[in-house]
Write a protein that binds this ligand. Structure first.
Ligand code: NAP
Length: 305
């Protein structure tokens, strides 16, 4: 079993920033990431609201943070925690690759993209349905695609898809977007059509997606429309199951509850970033990661004395 002062769960913006802070304090710490470094933020087509960066892709931005983090802390990709247990003074973790114990845990496990839960959806994920316009957009150049959702992610995906030459339309269940105004203004300026008050009810195809059924919630009319790709941007769900196993409190939507020092209700267990809900922005995730790291570090120092 590897013994550490602090283990950070997740290598997105919050986890990597926490890693920079605890690593620079000289603590024996590790970041465990079940997938690849960067997390969902890798999929952001454009980051334009992180102070100091006028315009950078999510993947490039996260790569920079990761390079900085790895100057100070070990980072294990593709290492998923399968078991967690809390004793009086340590947290014990089993992963697909080993066993760890830590005096403190910083949970930065982020969120998972929500699905629509409709017929045909699971069948065509990766075969016409995508969550990432940066990763998959080029496959649909010159083709008809839909973006589903009305938030910032939907707006950013639609703008990126338009930019790379897709014939993109947004399908939104209400009659107004919830995306920030500067994104809405760009959607209008680019002339991206929006199919209002409508939801997808079925995905159809053979090997690949060929068409979708759109239900207009006002007129109650269903229409089958041919489309090569559908980009889903209908929100996220917190990856907080692990935390609840050791008794961490979550809110009614499953987001981890923390105080202003990013402490959870369990001693020496902290959480930061999107898994805590609230304002889900890169700058906030990084800020919360720093706050969690400093408080975790200080609590261990106090503990030693
Ligand atoms: P979001 O803000 O939760 O928006 C999800 C959208 O999907 C909403 O418009 C929602 O409709 C719609 N929706 C949800 N469930 C649906 C369903 N079953 N069928 C059809 N439509 C459905 O999610 P997000 O855009 O992924 O953003 C997540 C968080 O990251 C937000 O806090 C966002 O501000 C942040 N973010 C920020 C930036 C940025 O600052 N540039 C970029 C990306 C994400 P309703 O509007 O009717 O609820």
């Amino acid at each position: 079993m590897e013994e550490h002062d602090i283990i950070i769960v997740g290598a997105g913006p919050a986890g990597l920033t926490a890693g920079i802070y605890v690593g620079r304090e000289g603590l024996n710490a590790t970041i465990l990431e079940k997938g690849v470094t960067g997390g969902n933020a890798n999929m952001a087509p454009l980051v334009a609201n992180f102070p100091g960066f006028k315009s950078i892709t999510g993947a490039k931005f996260l790569k920079r943070i990761a390079e900085q983090a790895e100057m100070y802390i070990d980072l294990h990709e593709h290492e998923e925690i399968t078991k967690i247990h809390k004793t009086d003074d340590r947290i014990l973790l089993t992963t697909n690759k080993g066993e760890y114990s830590a005096k403190a845990l910083i949970i930065c496990s982020g969120t998972t993209y929500r699905k629509l839960g409709i017929k045909g959806e699971d069948e065509f994920i990766g075969k016409g349905i995508s969550f990432c316009s940066i990763c998959d957009g080029m496959f649909f150049k010159g083709k008809d695609v839909f973006v589903v959702g009305g938030g910032n992610s939907a707006a950013e995906h639609a703008l990126h898809l338009k930019d790379i030459g897709c014939n993109v339309k947004i399908v939104h269940r209400r009659d107004e977007l919830r995306a920030q105004k500067y994104l809405q203004d760009r959607i209008h300026a680019e002339g991206i059509p929006i199919i209002w008050n409508s939801v997808l009810t079925e995905m159809k195809g053979e090997t690949f997606l060929k068409s979708v059924v759109i239900h207009n919630r006002e007129t109650e009319v269903d229409e089958e429309v041919e489309v090569a790709g559908v980009f889903l941007a209908v929100g996220e769900e917190p990856n907080s199951k692990l935390a609840t196993v050791i008794g961490v409190d979550v809110d009614e939507l499953g987001y981890i509850i923390t105080d202003k020092n990013q402490r959870t209700n369990i001693p020496h267990v902290y959480a930061a970033g999107d898994v805590t809900g609230g304002v889900q922005q890169l700058v906030v995730a990084c800020g919360e990661g720093a706050v969690a790291a400093v408080n975790a570090y200080q609590s261990l120092k106090i503990h030693k004395n």
